[in-house]
Design a protein around this ligand. Structure first.
Ligand code: PRP
Ligand code: ADE
Length: 179
């Protein structure tokens, strides 16, 4: 990705101070989605990175992961698998609990969505602590999926999610970073 494209994508992401609470600089991808050039450039950059990687499935995590994972899956010609919050998936599921800043939450995946040995790429809009993608990794691996890659539009490197995911044997890729 060239500098011009990186600037197009980064400048399209609005920052909202003190949302959802004091001290958080919220990086809002809805402004990127409203800009068709920036949205297209984002998907194109992910396609360029992964077009020859041979993935069988793209997994996107609710909800913002759907916005980037599904168009990438279509462009790569592979299936898209949603990981969702509890009670949303209609067939048999497996679940993983994960830590939030306060308390815990749960993610679920359809048991039959990943076949043993499937090569899987995880996609989300943003990497902060890495808790969401750690739980997603565990779900995929419990189903026998081969998952070693996670792609994000935004990385927040100061929070340390990339190091956390590397300890799980994941290679992390992101298009832009906000300090
Ligand atoms: C946000 C974001 C990532 C996750 C990043 O999702 O879209 O999925 O948090 O944080 P982490 O790296 O610390 O896990 P959120 O749970 O707010 O749900 P949403 O996408 O439905 O807004
Ligand atoms: N999810 C976790 N931290 C975030 C941030 N700073 N901006 C947007 N989404 C987030």
């Amino acid at each position: 990705m060239n500098q011009e494209t990186e600037t197009l994508i980064k400048d399209s992401i609005k920052t909202v101070p003190d949302y959802p609470k004091a001290g958080i600089m919220f990086r809002d991808v809805t402004s990127l989605l409203e800009d068709p050039k920036a949205y297209q450039a984002t998907i194109d950059a992910l396609v360029a990175k992964y077009k020859d990687a041979g993935f069988d499935k793209i997994v996107g995590t609710e909800s913002r992961g759907f916005l980037f994972g599904a168009p990438l899956a279509l462009a790569l010609g592979v299936g898209f698998v949603p990981v969702r919050k509890p009670g949303k998936l209609p067939r048999e599921v497996i679940s993983e609990d994960y830590e939030l800043e306060y308390g815990t939450d749960t993610l679920q995946i359809h048991q039959d969505a990943i076949q043993n040995g499937d090569k899987v790429l995880m996609v989300d809009d943003l990497l902060a602590t890495g808790g969401t993608i750690e739980a997603t990794t565990k779900l995929i691996r419990r189903l026998g999926g081969d998952v070693k890659h996670a792609a994000f539009v935004i990385n927040l490197p100061e929070i340390g999610g990339e190091q956390r995911l590397q300890t799980l044997g994941l290679e992390v890729f992101s298009l832009v970073a906000f300090e």
